[in-house]
Structures are given as structure tokens and as C-alpha cells.
Design a protein around this ligand. Sequence first.
Ligand code: DON
Length: 572
Amino acid sequence: MAAGWAAAATVVALAASSSPLLAQDNGTVRSAGGMVSSQQWIASEVGAEVLARGGNAVDAAIATGFALAVTHPTAGNIGGGGFMVVRFPDGRTTSLDFREKAPLAAHPEMWLDEDGGYSSERHHNSHLAVGVPGTVAGFDKAHRLYGSADWVDLVQPSVDLAARGFELSEALAGSITRFANGRGSRYEASVATFTNAGEAYGAGETWRQPELARALERIRDEGRDGFYRGETARLITEEMRRGGGIITEEDLERYQARERTPIHGTYRGYDVISMPPPSSGGVAIVTMLNILEAFDLRTMGHNSPEYVHHVSEAMRRAFRDRARYLADVDFADVPVRKLTSKEHATWLRRDIDPERASISHPTDVAAPYESPETTHYSVVDADGMAVSVTYTLEYGYGSGIVVPGAGFLLNNEMGDFNAGPGLTNARGLIGTEANLARPEQRMLSSMSPSIVARDGELVAVVGTPGGRTIINTTLQLILNLIDFGMDVQEAVDAPRFHHQWLPDRIRIEGDGFAPGTVEALEALGHRVQAGGRQGSANSIGIDPVTGERIGAPDPRSADAGARGSDAPGGGR
Ligand code: DON
């Protein structure tokens, strides 16, 4: 985990140059119409244009998602997977699960090498680490069920962006160059995609991705068949055979996105709607809110030692449940109703000592590494339909493998399965049963796209990347809005912290907490680690007075931006 945190800090620090947190223009955008807030402003613009042409929030979410696959390659994708939570203007809600799944030939011991030892390389950095992608099936299903615009119009802007190219920002030029020189250098097609014939791209240069453009054209013309069948499917399986992977034509053919009932919790009179398993996020967030409802957080003061202590104790308990119980519900019995009940929270709360940190007992589970690269975006349309999407390739640039001839990166999401039966150890491997790799099982996720409402009215659309920190960042966004009455940009900007049961420590954003906070927490018995930044929570709030949509991009991401459908060109 330390490695993950350090990597996250590096990525964000490089992306944001040397500017201290919150030193940038905050980029808030207001619109009386629709709004898109994402980690890459060009993609927000694509979504806002769909809204301006009369598309609904699902249409805009699909168009934004395809655009991020072109403009935000660390996490935007067609070769990965994710989740979409939707709230309709009449208050109904739904969610789409387009998480990757294990190929048919997967098995719990597939991460062991010839000598029977666990191989992190196989698990995270090989063709075996690639899960059957879900994004295109998810967008296709979302469009069939709830879209209103023509599919072609949702994909074409991304075809254009890939074919004609777009101007590289300093942050993106630096990021793709580091990737091409690093993990990407193992694969010819990755180097070809992310360099200019072997030369590093610089800021201000135009980056074209012709093979990706053709892959997107096939999706534009044939929908999901343009990815899971035909030329793209052939290119994926060819690369699998070449590199020792196991995804077959049958795996691609059989992939299905699923519509699932969202997790619904209540907190101080608000409704919180979030992602159900195979995400652990919705369950954990509702568990923590239920625990915290009994405490007067506002009186404690935002980010005071007392507040951080109580919230961390709630995090500790929810993450212990996560490790014990959560996995793909189609394969494991997950007691969702119990875990999200007020009674369970009362039981969890009983041993929170206001004066003393609890101790995490690594009885039979521990915490594996999770990478910091994923992306979250939020959409609200003029009618009040709200869409919250988090999707990912797992690591930044996923497996690092660009499909030759198709120009897109494959995920390494299989790394979210546990290491192998009985492999739990003190160094952080997990070997518990429920989340082992099995044919067609979906790997456990932390992604938590969420929506907050009150008295039937939309309040905010929130979420973030950040591996396991996703759950806690999303929790804090909700607490900032509800307990501290922050507006959505303040809620996004506010410094964050994270506790995940094991390792037993609180990580706080280094430059945001009042002097003395670390010492005060240490005096309560906590271990505290300061440094790095947590997440990129590109969110939208609704102005309670005017009803305007307030797009709040996260200042932690250099290229993030919000765009309103009636104010294109605004924001960062
Ligand atoms: O699904 C998950 O929880 C992880 N694969 C997400 C990875 C991630 O969030 C990286 N984020 N920035």
C-alpha cells in the first residue's frame, strides 16, 4: 500500500506541477441547463454538447466516457470496465454494472508460478491480468435502456478526437511519455501509440490515435458487436494468444453488462444512492454513514482531530466488513441488507472509544495493494436526470498493453481478485474465498459512483478514483455536504483522509490539515501518515435556491474541467 500511495502522490504531483493544493482557479461552472464534470475538460465538453443538442444525462455520460477513452488514457477506456448509477427526475434509481469478468479459463490458482509461489507479475502485469472488458457493453446497455440520442452521435465526437487529434496539455504529454518510457516500453503497440514514431510528445503538440479512431468507428457503426465480435474481437484474441493471455472469442461473445438495484441508505434525512456489489463502495459508505449518524460531527469541527478520529473508527469497521464479506453477489453470499442496516451500525459503533483508537486485528484477512488510477465523472441534464460514472483500467494505463491494430489499452483488473486460496499473509496478500478468480466472476471493486438526494430532490452527484480511498473520499464528500453545509466545490476541495482497517493507520493529505492534528491523533493512539493527494472527485451539486447545476472539477487534477450545456467553454 505504501507503494501505491507513493505512486499516487507522484502521479498527482506531476500532473499538478508544483502548485499547492487549491492554488489553482477552482474551475467551478454554473449552468441552468445540464452539466458534465470530469477529469479531462475536453471530454466534459463533448458531454455538454450532447446535452446542448437535447441528449439526456445517460447519453452525455456515454459520450463523455468514449471521449475520456481518447483524451484521458490513464483510466478512460474501452478496454476496461466500471459502474454507472442513475437517478431519474422522478426519483427512481438504477445502476449498471459493466465490471470486467474473469475469462472462462480463469481459476483461483492462476497467479501461482511454476514453483507454486505467488507471482505478483502474473497477477498485475501480464496478459493473464486482463479481465474481459465491460465498458462498451455497459454503454451499449445504458443507451438501449435509457438513452435518447442516436448512438452514432455519442461515439462520433470521439472518433473525431482520435482521428484528427487534440492538443496535449503539459500534464498529459508528461504522463504518456513516462508511460511509454516505463511500463509501456515492453509493448511495441504501446510505444507506437504513445510516442511520435519513438519521439516523446511535448505539450502543445497534436496527438492523433488513428487505430483507436478505427476501433471507435466499429463501435459507432455496430454497437457492442463492433467490439465483442469481428475485427476488434479478432485483434484482442490475437494479442491474447501472442502474449500468453486466456481471453477467447467465447469470453468476449458472452460478456453481459448487468442492471442492478443500487444500494440505498439514509443519513440525517438525505438519501444516498450508490453502487452495489461487485463494488464494495455503496455498502461500505452506507455502513459508515449509519455509524456516524449518532455522532455530532458538526460540533466536533471539520477535520478536527476528534472528527478525524471518529470518522476513521467508522472507516476501520466498514473496511473490516468489506474484507470479510464483499465479493461478486452472483458467486458469493453477501449479506448486503444486514451490512447496510441501522442495527448493524449500532453494533459496530458500540466499541468506538472517543478517547482511544481501536486496534485492527489481522485475524484472517489483510489489505492488498490497489492502484490509484481510475476516473470519475458526473452528469446532470436539464430535466434533473443524474448519472454518476466511475470506470477504470485498474492501474494507470491498465496492463500497459495496447491491442495492436486497435489502438486501445487493455485493463489489468484481474489484479482485484485475491491472490490465491489461503495466501493471506502479513505483507498484505489476501487469500480468502469469496473474491478468488473463478470463470466469469467479477472481481471486487471499490468504485463508488454515488448520488445524494433529499425530499425527492437531487442534491449532488459525487465519486472519485483512488483505489480503496475511493470509498472514504466519497464518504467525506457526503459528510462535507450534509454535516458541514459546504457547497459542492468546497466539499471537493477540502482536505481528505483515509483509514482502511489494515494497515492500521490514518493517511492524511499532507498540505491540508491544521498544525497539531497529527500529534493530537497520535495521542489518541493512531498511527498517522501525511503526504500525497487523495482522489479526483469531479462532482456536481444543485444550487438549493436557483436549481442551477454547479460543476465542481477537482483541483487535484490538472486537466479536470466542468462544462455546462448552456455555458460551453466555461471552466478550466
Ligand atoms: O475497482 C477498483 O476498486 C480498482 N480497480 C480501482 C482502481 C482505482 O481506483 C485506481 N484509481 N485511481
